[in-house]
Design a protein around this ligand. Sequence first.
Ligand SMILES: [Zn+2]
Length: 459
Amino acid sequence: MLCLARSSFGSVQIAIGHQGGDAETPSFTFTNVPPPARSDAATTATFTLLAGTADPNGGRLDTLHDGKLPGEADSPAENFFLADGTPGGMIAVDLGRPIEIKQVNTYSCHPSTRGPQVYTLYAADEGAAGFNARPEKNAELEKSGWKRIASVDTRPTNGDPAGGQYGVSISDSTGSLGKYRHLLFDLTPTETDDTFGHTFYSEIDVVEPNAPVEPVTAVTAAPLVIHTADGYAEITINTAKAPELKDWAEQKLAPALSEWYPKMVAMMPSDGFSCPKKFSVTLQPGSGVAYTAGTRIVVNSTWLGSQLKGEAVGSIIHEAVHVAQQYGGGRRNGHPAPGWFTEGLPDYIRFFKFEPQTHGADLIWLRRHMPRNLNYDGLYRISANFLNYVVEHYDADQTLIKKVNAACRQGRYTDEIWKEITGKPLAELNDEWKAAVREPTAPKAAANGGAATNQPKSE
Ligand SMILES: [Zn+2]
């Protein structure tokens, strides 16, 4: 832990709090910086990005004053940050009316160099001479009616790791920074060694004198920890950010994962490799459907909530296959697994093993959603249907999936493998499968314009 008040600017005081690793707390607790407030003068203020580009993977500007903190150390959607590789930017805060300001507090969080904060704070009132509420980046702000309040730089100078939670509190020895309606944060990247130097800002508070400060209630709901039916793996299901899904996660999701993860592991063995024995599923508001990073599955709880009787469990079964795949080794040694198999296998296991009754990728589905260019590498359900065809016609001893999976994981995959296993080259299998899909018994496929790409997609 590092706590220091290391610079002052006139009578302005800057207190810096930093916690890394195990010292981090869900409520951003620092010894010398006040805790983030649930409600303060910034809560109802208008935040505007005056200069710079927001990163599309980050949260909206409003995450900066929603009274909520990120639930994880690296949580792009719950922080605001500028786009990778762009220069700095400026955020304007319009408090709606001039108010006496006791403190401006800023909080950030990232496991690496995007944790620290580097910015200059300006303040202004409309009455100031020559005031311009929307100055250009690099304009001489002090000539546009803005007063420089403080320059903040929390990067450790003693060689400590930069990652962790940071809190900054800007105040004045007189008890008031002044009476202002407008604030402006001129943001600078913490480093330009790579393109990932923009701080993950979590929350900005503006505190009035004598205003009651209610700390943010940290998200501390204990996650559900289950074990697979065979005891092989431990699965953590986190619904703290989506409490409305807690019961569903316990009653529907947990039993499905407990039963099916071991089946995936059995379907995907390879020499010298064990599928992960631990992984997590986090349900939280976000965009898109779901993604898997290593052993971490993150699912958009808003989408999930609309799919409890539809795609919900199946989409997470798909992601769990990604956890078992672990094809990164192949990628690292220059022979990445083909994308169509990487995404086709999860949908094959999902739709042909886990929930065939939904007809989500079989001939019924495919003929109804016939893509214009039907091909084995059409990803997801299309590739799944191709895999099923080859398994049904050329895989009497049920080893095809195991062999292709092992080759992908070990960086040995080439298209030759199909001929080795089935006796027929991939192109020929593809033609045969396409002909079977288009058998005369099929309804006139082209008459149905629905494209496969309209289906909800997960990664
Ligand atoms: Zn996927």
